[in-house]
Design a protein around this ligand. Sequence first.
Ligand SMILES: Cc1ncc(COP(=O)(O)O)c(C=O)c1O
Length: 482
Amino acid sequence: MFPRKQPPGKAGTAMSTTLATENSFRTVSDAVYAEFGPRINGPLPGPVAVKIVEGDDHYISPSYTRSYPLVAKRGRGTRVEDVDGNEFLDFATGIAVTSTGHCHPEVVKAIQEQAAELIHMSGTDFYYEGMVRLAERLSAVAPMRGPHKFYYGNSGAEAVECAMKLARYHTGRQNFIAFYGAFHGRTMGALSLTGSKPQQKRRFAPFVPGVTHVRYPYAYRGCSGGPQEQEAFALGCARFIEEKLFKTTLPPEEVAAIIVEPIQGEGGYVVAPSSFMQELRRICDRHGILLIVDEVQSGAGRTGKWWAVQHSDVEPDMVCIAKGIASGMPLSVCMTREEIMDWKPGSHASTFGGNPVAIAAALATMDVIEREGLANAASLGAKMQERAQTWLAKHAMVGDVRGRGMMIGIEIVKDKASREPVGAVRDRIVELAFERGLLVLGCGETTIRLAPPLTLKPEEAAIALDILEECIAVADREVRGK
Ligand SMILES: Cc1ncc(COP(=O)(O)O)c(C=O)c1O
C-alpha cells in the first residue's frame, strides 16, 4: 500500500528483521511477509509520535484508554501507517469500525461526491434522498419481517438512547432488563444499561432508574462442564428472568424491553447460544416485552451475516446499529418494526443524525460488504478461528477461543485448570503485538479481540496470527521467567 522504503524481501531495519525472523510461528514465506506484513522501522513510539503523545497528554481528556502509543497518519485496507512511517496490520479497525478497511476507494469516492453536493441539511427538519435510500437498503437485509422504520443518530450510544426512549414510549412501561458484561454506551441512558466495568460507572450515579442486570450466558466463566452443561447454563440464565425475577422483584407487565448483545463486545467477545436468544424471544412474547438487540459491534456483516442475531433464528423488535455500517463516518441507526415507532413529531431527534455524507458512506459500505465482506468474514473468519483453536492445546495460557466470523475472542488465563484471569498478561500480549506491527485490542477482563476489516486478505490473516501466537509464547516465557 504505502511506498516501500526497502524492496520486498530485504526486510527494512535491524529491528524489523530481528522481529520477523525471531518468530518461530511463521507460516508464510519471506516474500509473502515482505509484501503483506507490517514494517517497523525502530523502537516505538518513534520521535514524531512521542511529540504528539506529549501534546495529547497536555490537552486531551484523560478519560480515554490508550493501550499503546499508536499515532496514526493514514490507512489503506488493513494497513495503517503511523507518523514515523511504521506500517501496521490493523486488527482493531478503530474498535470494529473500518469494516471495509481503511479508506476503501468506493467509500472515499461516495464521501467526496456527497461532500461536493450537500454536507448537511438536518433530517429532523428537512428531507433528503439518502435517508430514504439507506432505509430501503437496511430494510432489505433486516433480521425481522417488515415493514420497518428507521431513526438516525451519530453514535452507538445514540442508537441505544433511541431504543430506550422508544421502548418506554411505545409500551408505556418503565423498566429494562440488561446483562452483566454488556456495553451499550456512555451517555446516561446507555450507561445505565451498561454492566461492563466499574470505572465506566464510578462517580456517575444516579443512573436512569428501572434497569435490572442479570447474568449473560458466558459459559467459560459460569460453567465448567461440557457442551450439554453449557447449554443448560445458558438456558438457565434466560429462565432466571421468568422464574425468579418476574416472581419476586420485577412485575413483567412493567418491563418495556430486554436489551441484549447477541455477542458481547466490550464484555469479552462472548457468544450467546441460540437457545438463550430463542428463550429471550419466548419470554418477551409471553409478556409483551420488546426484544432489542444491540448490534453496534456485532452487526454490519462482522459475523458473516448482516446481523449476529441471524445466527440464532430470532427476530428482534429493534436493532441498534453503528460502528461498521459507515466505515468510519459517524452514523447510527435504530431499526424497528414499523408499528413500534409510533411516537409523535418532536418526541426525539438529533441535528446531525443521518448526515448526508455519513449516509453516502454507509450506502457504499453496504455495497462493499454485500459484494465481498459477508462471504469473506464467514469463510476467512472461520479459518482464523480454526487456527486459534489449535492454540488451546499448544499454549497453556490460551483458555478459550470463541466468536463468529471476524469477531474472534481469545481468552488468556493463568492456566487452564484455574481459568484465573490475567488481565496484565493480556495487556502485555497486546503491547508485544504492537511492537511487532500488529494492532489488536483487549476486551472483557482478560480477552484479546480480533476485529479485522471484512475485506481482510488470507495472507494478512496468516501473518497476524503468526505474530499473535509468537506474542503469546513470549508473554508465557516472561511470566514463567524462562
Ligand atoms: C455493543 C455496543 N453498543 C454500544 C456502543 C456505544 O457506541 P459508541 O461508542 O459509538 O457510542 C458500543 C461501543 O463500543 C458497543 O460495542
